[in-house]
Design a protein around this ligand. Structure first.
Ligand SMILES: [Zn+2]
Length: 237
């Protein structure tokens, strides 16, 4: 194997590391993109819940106001009858009924005031949520656009690298390339340094005669894990 071929292999391995880095980067961008969509959906649900709460409290207020109105009508009706009452018994009875209505009115009035307060704070919270929602959605939309652009750029770069790779591959000896491609499909680090006379991935000791070959700047598979070994420290980035 001549120096030119070795250089081609080194170039290919470095090149593949770059493609891998680009692919990892794109994967990260894509998962961020998915999480933005989830955040948007969550915000939309939260705002809907806030809106539904206002709606429910409004219904409660309406119900209580209607009940008050009915009590008012009943009171008016009984007072009108009181004016034309003919017997003392009927008078006492009406008075007592009005008194019951007045007690009921007092209780309902307190409940209505509380319901108004609850509605008021729900409306304020919804208004704040709505303003906040728009701000957050705008931020997320912008982030999503930036990520889409980054994903597009990374995809373009990966495609370009794949094209250029074919040229590099054609320059590497087929046996070494086969070993490399096989290992590349199995592990993320198919080519590793020899450190302390051992494979730096699986720590299996490299036999003395293999070390002698490796020291000449050649490549050999590890006897244990089959990763491609090299010694030259300056060979890879
Ligand atoms: Zn090994």
């Amino acid at each position: 194997m001549n120096d030119q071929l070795l250089a081609s292999f080194i170039a290919l391995v470095n090149f593949d590391q770059k493609i891998r880095a680009l692919q990892d980067e794109r994967t990260m961008f894509s998962s961020l993109r998915v999480s933005i969509d989830k955040q948007k959906l969550l915000l939309t649900h939260e705002l809907e819940a806030s809106k539904n709460l206002v709606h429910d409290f409004k219904k409660d207020v309406d119900k209580k106001e209607l009940a008050m109105k009915i009590l008012d009508q009943q009171e008016t009706e009984k007072k009108r009858r009181l004016e034309v009452v003919t017997s003392a018994k009927e008078y006492t009875s009406l008075k007592s009924e009005i008194s019951v209505i007045n007690e009921r009115q007092h209780i309902d009035e307190q409940a209505l005031i509380e319901a108004w307060d609850v509605l008021d704070s729900a409306q304020k919270r919804y208004a704040a949520d709505h303003a906040n929602f728009q701000k957050k959605i705008d931020e997320l939309t912008q982030q999503a656009q930036e990520l889409d652009h980054k994903i597009e750029t990374a995809t373009h770069e990966i495609d370009e690298h794949e094209k250029q790779r074919l040229t590099l591959v054609s320059l590497v000896p087929s046996e070494l390339l086969d070993n490399y491609e096989h290992m590349r499909g199995q592990v993320i680090n198919p080519v590793v340094r020899v450190i302390n006379n051992s494979c730096s991935a699986c720590f299996y000791p490299v036999p003395a005669h293999d070390l002698a070959i490796l020291r000449k700047g050649k490549f050999l598979p590890c006897k244990s894990c089959y990763r491609i070994l090299f010694i030259e420290d300056s060979a890879f980035e």
